[in-house]
Ligand binder design. Structure first.
Ligand code: PLP
Length: 344
């Protein structure tokens, strides 16, 4: 399989002499999850990207372009996954990466990932929106540093490829697309991507977390709280294009609470698919929408944006790790006890 940029080069409009830096992004599984009446539910496993989130699709393009335009470093603000992805691609392209993270707001595995790839982590007191505003100012004043947040249009172009893959896999545009919405770059990318590749877009269900739902409330929020740290954003940079995507596709924004997110995470994981809380929010949103209104017949695709191992604390709220065996007990007697617990 050719690398993502080569596969979709003519749709991406990248410079013809661009050197593409790849670590094997894209081409992620589209898994048939369940059929509910006349509705087929598919899951797009974006956590199968090399750094564990969809950010890689945009980052391969943004970092390759940064290199092509002679940038000497890349910078981003991040709730974690952008940082991990920027760090990996910058490493691949031989560029230093500076990642700015809100203190106490990033799941530790994502920080570990970014640091392991050699990025320099800068932790700021404040929230993601403040961190983003800070890096935007730096990048605007320092032309040698390329900003690789989703406000960089090349990020969005790269992320369009997920829409292309869905059309290629289903042979058509699905009826509905369900995805979590944080800074709102990804929903904008899917909208643009479906239009460019297939001439029309599915109905969008943009899911936010209660406590961090500026698009549902239709106003920016300065204080945000949710277990789903990847979408803990009060001032989405791409709010306008997200609203356009929802409006033009006759879709909607809705919000789900942390309890629903955890229940969805558990249901998916027990069905073999382990995703981080922000991704589980999308599935929780679909369940909520189903309880309120009949779903369209045909294909619905839920975008599971990031892998479960990205956030190892959250699942401990519903999963138990080990049963400690005392020397006197046998393994079989422990299994018997566990089976009784499960039945009760
Ligand atoms: C970045 C991210 C989101 C939100 O995407 P936006 O483009 O900011 O709306 C959702 N889920 C995960 C796992 C992410 O990393």
């Amino acid at each position: 399989m050719p690398i993502l940029i080569e596969r979709y080069r003519r749709w991406l409009d990248v410079p013809s002499d661009l050197t593409a830096y790849s670590i094997g992004e894209g081409n992620t599984p589209l898994v048939h999850w369940q059929t509910w009446g006349a509705t087929r539910v598919w899951l797009k496993l974006e956590g199968s990207n090399p750094t564990g989130s969809f950010k890689d699709r945009g980052m391969t393009v943004a970092v390759s372009i940064a290199r092509h335009s002679m940038a000497r470093a890349v910078i981003c603000a991040s709730t974690g996954n952008t940082a991990a992805s920027a760090a990996a691609y910058a490493g691949r392209a031989g560029l230093p990466a500076f990642v700015v993270m809100p203190e106490g707001q990033v799941a530790p595995p994502k920080m570990v990932q970014a640091a392991a790839h050699g990025a320099r982590l800068i932790v700021v007191r404040g929230n993601f929106d403040q961190a983003l505003s800070g890096v935007r100012t730096v990048a605007a004043n320092e032309s040698w540093i390329a900003l690789v947040n989703s406000v960089n249009p090349w990020r969005i172009r790269g992320q369009e490829t997920a829409a292309y893959e869905i059309v290629d896999a289903l042979g058509t545009v699905p009826m509905m697309l369900v995805l979590p919405v944080g800074n709102a770059g990804n929903i904008s990318a899917y909208f643009q991507g479906f239009h460019r590749y297939a001439g029309r877009a599915p109905e969008f269900l943009g899911v936010q977390a209660k406590g961090s739902d500026p698009l549902v409330q239709n106003r920016p929020l300065d204080h945000v709280a949710t277990i789903a740290s990847a979408i803990r954003i009060g001032r989405p940079a791409s709010a306008d294009s997200a609203k356009t995507a929802v409006k033009e596709s006759h879709g909607q924004f809705l919000s789900v609470d942390d309890t629903a997110i955890l229940a969805a995470q558990k249901e998916l994981a027990h069905g073999g698919i382990f995703v981080e809380p922000a991704s589980a929010a999308a599935y929780a949103g679909l369940l909520q929408r189903q309880s309120l209104q009949t779903l369209p017949s045909g294909d619905i695709v839920v975008i599971l944006t990031g892998a479960g191992l990205k956030d190892t604390d959250t699942p401990l709220q519903w999963a138990s790790i080990a049963s400690t065996l005392s020397p006197a007990d046998g393994i079989l007697s422990t299994i018997t006890t566990l089976l009784e617990e499960m039945a009760g």
